[in-house]
Design a protein. Sequence first.
Lengths: 219, 219
Amino acid sequence: MLSQSEENYLKAIFSIELSNAKTVSTTLIAKNLSTKASSVTDMIKKLADKNLVNYEKYKGVKLTSEGKEIALNIVRSHRIWEVFLVDKLNYNWDEVHDLAEQLEHIKSTTLIDKLDKLLGFPKHDPHGDPIPDKNGKIEHHKDIMLSSISIGETCVILGIKDSSTEFLQFLDKHTLQINSKITILDKFDFDNSMTVQFTNGNPLILSEKVSSNIFVNKI
Amino acid sequence: MLSQSEENYLKAIFSIELSNAKTVSTTLIAKNLSTKASSVTDMIKKLADKNLVNYEKYKGVKLTSEGKEIALNIVRSHRIWEVFLVDKLNYNWDEVHDLAEQLEHIKSTTLIDKLDKLLGFPKHDPHGDPIPDKNGKIEHHKDIMLSSISIGETCVILGIKDSSTEFLQFLDKHTLQINSKITILDKFDFDNSMTVQFTNGNPLILSEKVSSNIFVNKI
DNA sequence: ATAAATTTTTAGTCTTGTCTAAATTTTTGA
DNA sequence: TCAAAAATTTAGACAAGACTAAAAATTTAT
């Protein structure tokens, strides 16, 4: 049975691997977990002993298939809990991260599948991130950002890259949600901002920082 | 913010206080938590420093009002989670204890009240134990045991004293549930067993061990 | 009432996960 | 290429929570 701390390390390594960093270094892991590189080194040795990561001194770290499976299960747990909190308990999408961060570590072989069923087998969490299935299969974003859409085109919001509370609240303020339909009215080379029109609203000016953090699908 | 361990100690002390033991000794706490008396002494000092218990060396321990409030909140959390697991996730009542034992420690100021609402503000957990309200008010069992009911009388199961998996499974096997109506057909002085009749079933012989672990209300 | 038994506390150790500071290795750039 | 900078690891320390063994206090029983 893994400790919460060990699980958090696996999750961090997993997310760094996904972000296409060349190597998963102790520094990157330390940054991700707000801890120190020396602490990371210690923990990595333990995970390597348990065959959850491959580790060679000074060369960074890589999840073994076993480690990846565990990481995917934690991600699945986290995202299913987030759906529960939003759909069943009426939390706002900007309030659920920290709670899910705790709930994801609850140990049970049946709980998550039962929750999954209760929720109707959701495919995405409230931020649009895909939920791995029982076997760890996970759909990958096509990585089209709103910032790359051309004037005149229309698209639909699939998800967001930066799930910080601040960004989520910004989106809320302007009633931008998953599945919102957006048409690009204009783009400005000056600051790479864009004017967009979305359902039942006034035109909105979005900065590059915003538009490059929103995943979309052209329609 | 209290650790899980600290919370478990408060819960254990609370439950011993309720069981009308004269004094809450380190040995009793150790037994309750499957740990050693010396570990209990250490922890009690910490809780006393935090003003959650009153402690005098060799004299046992007593929850302060602050400690009691926290203990009641944990009990509330535990029992509400149990209702959730049974009502929403279709767990059996003999499967939920260990999971609730984990879930009760999730830290949130809003979660339990939202769950409570989702569940329709239940008054009892799946074993018939009363759920404290937001203010820590808790209904107390009237402590009438099935074993004290006389021949010919009818009563209804309110709850059970011993919530061990074994006992719950025994009750399940014989379809004895909360709210089951029971009529006492006969009692035997020899071993204090009784024959009972309950809804849609054959007469059943219950040992004293069983009948003295079932809370009932006469009707 | 007092010796024996029991309970409780203390002292010292261990494990987990963290940290700082120092040492070592790798990378960078002149 | 090789010295400086950056990254990584090692060594030693600490806090939390637990344990064992021994000491001290309390309770029990003669």
